[in-house]
Design a protein around this ligand. Structure first.
Ligand code: PMP
Length: 383
């Protein structure tokens, strides 16, 4: 039989559509090329506008973890108190990054599958004076989304001096968040909701964050220093580190696709498709690990059906043979569930193939389901 191509349904990298691939395959030009300079300038201006950013936007070579470091490095100094709100693996990653910088760290640990609420964050911040709070918009290990808008509103009224960092790596571009909600630094990586290959870190910094950096003495880091990048982002004819030219073109094409779809429709589509996949999966016995109020539109973690005796590694191998690359789970969910990304440029064909492949893999792994049941639910929501 002809080999089935694998759909990339892990929680990032996500599928890269043809027109974005084409940009990455273009002949590379000099970073001083005048058309490229205009491309980058236009891209930064659009990113700033669309995310309602009154400060600065940065697009630099690096992954999401670099963006985490860049965010914290530019608005803190030794001795600052930072509250990390963590609902899982990637929230926890911030603890190590922050402790290495000799900042004082406390963690608001939320149980896996749940998320911080305005009340919980308020209670924690009321215990002592904090300089910065970090939050993970969508926790990629659990598929739980934090109510960022509500938390930001609470922070604005009750803790206006605390600066706010939001890790939007598994959310930004698929789930709404704007700098003018009161976020000081928001960041993501190109490989998630933007549907570009890995390699770009995107950050938005509020005017307050930019001023904060200016007020600090030289920070220990060099590559991620806002002060080094601001001149380049305002005038890409200037040089700091070589820009990843082809990825920047790819991001420009991604933004064109986002605008063509409409950013609001894009958020709505992610919400619709997340809910639909959920309904389809639950109909064949897979339970979403995230609490109902906190389910992310961008990725889901599904526990194997009780009594099905599905072996995790075997299921994911069979699913890959059936045409879908999924991801194993981390930490306390490892072996009990699998992760399915559904963010970025995901069309109806992809959704149908994903659910159909999961049905075939379930049957092949001995989980007795009625073929077409989950698919029927999905299809019902797609017409
Ligand atoms: N934060 C979150 C929420 C993530 O999902 C990831 C990556 N999966 C990271 C940070 C780290 O990003 P990267 O792997 O691109 O360094």
């Amino acid at each position: 039989m002809i080999k089935t191509p694998k759909l990339l349904m892990i929680p990032g990298p996500t599928p890269v559509v043809r027109s974005i691939q084409v940009q990455m395959a273009r002949e590379t030009v000099a970073f001083g090329d005048k058309d490229f300079i205009e491309d980058l300038k236009g891209l930064i201006a659009e990113l700033k506008g669309m995310w309602r950013c009154n400060g600065e936007c940065f697009v630099v070579a690096g992954s999401g973890t670099l963006a985490m470091e860049m965010a914290i490095s530019n608005i803190t100094q030794q001795g600052d108190n930072v509250l990390v709100c963590s609902q899982g693996f990637f929230g926890d990653r911030y603890i190590d990054i922050i402790q290495r910088k000799k900042l004082n760290t406390d963690t608001l640990k939320i149980k896996w599958g749940s998320a911080p609420t305005p009340e919980l964050v308020d209670a924690e911040l009321s215990k002592k004076k904090y300089n910065v709070v970090t939050m993970t918009h969508v926790e990629t290990a659990t598929g739980a989304a934090a109510p960022i808008k509500e938390i930001c509103a609470m922070l604005k009224s009750k803790h206006p001096d605390v600066m706010v960092i939001v890790d939007g790596v598994a959310a930004t571009g698929g789930v709404e968040a704007y700098i003018d909600w009161g976020i000081d630094v928001l960041f993501t990586g190109s490989q998630k909701c933007f549907g570009v290959s890995p390699g770009l870190a995107l950050l938005w910094a509020s005017e307050r964050a930019v001023q904060k950096r200016k007020s600090l003495p030289a920070i220990p880091e060099s590559y991620v220093d806002f002060e080094k990048w601001i001149p380049v982002m305002n005038d890409p004819a200037k040089y700091w580190g070589t820009p990843p030219i082809n990825l920047i073109w790819a991001l420009k094409e991604s933004l064109r696709i986002i605008k063509e779809e409409g950013i609001t429709e894009r958020y709505d589509r992610h919400a619709r498709q997340g809910a639909l996949i959920d309904a389809a999966m639950e109909s064949i016995g897979f339970a979403n690990a995230a609490e109902k109020n906190f389910r992310a539109p961008t990725l889901s973690v599904y526990f194997y059906p009780e009594g099905s005796n599905i072996d995790d590694a075997n299921f994911r191998n069979v699913l890959a043979e059936e045409g879908v690359q999924s991801a194993g789970c981390l930490g306390e969910y490892a072996g009990k569930a699998f992760r399915l990304g559904h963010m970025g440029n995901i069309d109806k064909h992809t959704l149908v193939s994903v659910v159909a492949s999961i049905e075939r893999a379930s049957i092949r792994c001995g989980h007795k389901i009625e073929l077409g049941k989950a698919l029927g639910i999905l299809q019902g929501g797609l017409v």
